[in-house]
Write a protein of this length. Structure first.
Length: 147
């Protein structure tokens, strides 16, 4: 695409003096116009070469290794994506989770939250072992968690 644009620009620049300088009344001026066409073609070829070199430089930059920051971001992206997949998040919930995860806001549960979760697990297990249901279970859980 860049080659095409560069070629068209060179062609337009090369052809514009020809269109302006051409005098239909004099046949002698047509010969220099032909030589200008040749120089326009030469300019077009050099512009194409420059465009090719520029494209090669861009390709080289694209092949370079990612920076440390980019690698860290890629690892964070993989980790957050895996966690979102494990939680089976979809749609807006997944977008919201990914956004907060990539910002580093979801570092995990705090110590206080972990302790509460452990109490909840043990109380729930005890209530299950005692085969409690309904209001009895609610009362037991409330008492157990308040300890």
């Amino acid at each position: 695409m860049n080659k095409l644009i560069a070629g068209l620009c060179c062609l337009m620049l090369g052809a514009s003096p020809l269109a302006l300088a051409q005098d239909k009344a004099k046949a002698d001026e047509k010969k220099p116009a032909a030589s200008m066409e040749k120089s326009a073609k030469g300019m077009e070829k050099s512009a194409e070469k420059k465009a090719e070199k520029a494209a090669e430089k861009k390709a080289e930059k694209a092949k370079k290794e990612p920076s440390e920051k980019q690698k860290a971001q890629q690892e964070r992206m993989k980790s957050c994506n895996t966690t979102a997949g494990d939680k089976k998040l979809e749609g807006d919930a997944r977008k919201k989770f990914m956004s907060s995860c990539l910002k580093g806001e979801t570092a995990g549960a705090s110590d206080k939250q972990k302790a509460q979760q452990e109490r909840m697990k043990s109380c729930n297990k005890d209530a299950g072992d005692k085969k409690m249901k309904g209001d009895d279970r609610k009362k037991f859980m409330k008492d157990c968690l308040s300890k």
